[in-house]
Design a protein around this ligand. Structure first.
Ligand code: CP
Length: 357
C-alpha cells in the first residue's frame, strides 16, 4: 500500500482506479479495482472460457497482430506462460522473457531503457520483478516516454508479481475459481494460511476479499503476521488465529501458500524469523486426512508452486481445486489483457454469436 502512495507522487498517477473504464490504465494493484470492475472481468473471463472450450472457436480472435511481452525478472512456470497462452487465444502474439541475463542490461543498459525498448516492441507488457514497485516504475517510465512523444500510444503494464507486495492477476484468477464454484462471494469464509508479511498472492487476495466482502480467517505465524495495513483493510471481515484446524472447520475456501523464503535476509533477526516460520509451516501441512474436517463443498486452493504444505495425498480429493485454479488463470488473463486494450471479450463474443445466428 505504501507503494501505491509512492506511485501517486512520481511521474503521474499510474495507479488510477478503473471504475468501469479500463482505457489508458495499467494494472498494478488490486486497490485500483471496484467490485463492479471485478465483476466485469469475471463476466469476460466466463465468456473467454466458453470460447476456448468451444472446439469451433478455441479462443476469440479480437486482438490480431497485437503483441504481448511478458518480462519475468523472477522465476515463473505459470504466470508468464499463461499470459502468453492468453494472448494467443485472443489472436495476438506473445514473447516470454525469462530473466534478463541475455539482455543488454548485461552491457550496462538501465532498466528504464529496457522498459522503453520493450514498449517499442509490444502493445502490452506484463512483468514480474523482485523489487516492490518494479511494474509501477515500468509504467511510470513508459508514461513519461509517451508524454515526451518518444512513444506513440498507451502501452499498459500489468503487475505479474512485484517482490513481497502484490500479484493482482493471480488474485483475479483466484476469484474466478471461487466465483465459478460458489456463484457468489456473499457469505463465503476463506481461511488464508502462510506468511502474511511477504506472500504477495495473499496480499492481492486479501484486498480482493475486502472489496467483495469475503470473510477472511488469517492463519498466521507470530513472526509473519498480517501487516497493519491489511488488518485495517479487513476490519470486521478479518479474524486472526494460529489454529489451522479450527479455521478449516469453518471455511468454504482453504487458501494456502508456500513459504516465500527467497526473501529471507542474512542477519540474526532474519535467521530466527526463518527458523520459526519454517517450524510453523511444518504444522500447517494439509494432507488428505486433515482435509476431511472441511465441509464436502469446500475447496482447497494454492497458487503454486507448492512444497510440503500441500501434500499430494489431497490431489484425488474433489475439493482440491489448485489445478483448476491454474487453468482459470488463462481466461482471466485473457479478460485483463483485452480490457486494458479496450475490448470486452463478452461484448465482442456476444455480438459475433448474435451475428452468426
Ligand atoms: N502462481 C504463480 O505465480 O506461479 P509462478 O511463480 O510459477 O508464475
Amino acid at each position: 500500500m505504501e507503494v501505491v502512495q509512492e506511485g501517486r507522487s512520481g511521474m503521474g498517477n499510474v495507479f488510477t482506479r478503473f471504475n468501469g473504464d479500463f482505457t489508458d490504465r495499467h494494472l498494478l494493484s488490486m486497490h485500483q479495482l471496484t467490485a463492479g470492475d471485478i465483476h466485469l472481468l469475471l463476466a469476460d473471463a466466463q465468456a473467454a472460457e466458453e470460447a476456448v472450450r468451444n472446439p469451433a472457436e478455441r479462443g476469440v480472435n479480437i486482438l490480431p497482430l497485437t503483441e504481448l511481452k511478458a518480462v519475468m525478472r523472477q522465476p515463473s512456470t505459470r504466470t508468464g506462460g499463461s499470459m502468453a497462452t492468453a494472448m494467443h487465444k485472443l489472436g495476438g502474439g506473445a514473447q516470454v522473457i525469462s530473466g534478463m541475463e541475455a539482455s543488454s542490461e548485461g552491457k550496462g543498459e538501465t532498466q528504464a531503457d529496457s522498459w522503453i525498448a520493450f514498449a517499442t516492441q509490444a502493445d502490452i507488457i506484463g512483468t514480474r520483478t523482485d523489487r516492490v514497485g518494479g511494474p509501477a516504475t515500468a509504467a511510470q517510465v513508459i508514461n513519461m516516454a509517451r508524454r515526451d512523444r518518444k512513444l506513440v500510444g498507451h502501452v499498459p503494464v500489468i503487475n505479474l508479481g512485484d517482490g513481497t507486495n502484490e500479484h493482482p492477476t493471480q488474485a483475479l484468477g483466484d476469484l474466478f475459481t471461487i466465483f465459478k464454484k460458489f456463484g457468489t462471494f456473499e457469505g463465503l469464509t476463506m481461511a488464508l494460511v502462510g506468511d502474511h508479511e511477504r506472500y504477495r498472492a495473499h496480499h492481492s487476495l486479501m484486498i480482493g476479499a475486502s472489496i467483495l466482502g469475503i470473510k477472511v480467517i488469517a492463519v498466521e505465524s507470530m513472526v509473519a503476521p498480517v501487516p497493519d495495513d491489511f488488518t485495517r483493510l479487513g476490519g470486521a471481515n478479518l479474524e486472526r488465529t494460529d489454529d489451522l484446524d479450527a479455521a478449516m472447520q469453518r471455511a468454504d475456501i482453504l487458501y494456502i501458500g508456500r513459504n516465500p523464503d527467497e526473501y529471507s535476509g542474512d542477519n540474526i533477526t532474519e535467521r530466527e524469523r526463518s527458523k520459526q516460520l519454517a517450524h510453523d509451516y511444518t504444522k500447517w501441512v494439509v494432507d488428505r486426512r486433515r482435509l476431511q474436517q472441511m465441509h464436502k463443498d469446500a475447496i482447497v486452493m494454492h497458487p503454486r508452486p507448492r512444497r510440503h504444505e500441500l501434500d499430494p495425498s489431497i490431489d484425488m480429493d474433489p475439493r482440491a481445486s489448485d489445478v483448476q485454479q491454474m487453468a482459470d488463470m488463462i481466461p482471466m488473463r485473457m479478460a485483463i489483457i483485452a480490457r486494458l486494450l479496450g475490448k470486452s471479450i463478452k461484448e465482442e463474443r456476444d455480438q459475433r454469436l448474435a451475428a452468426a445466428s
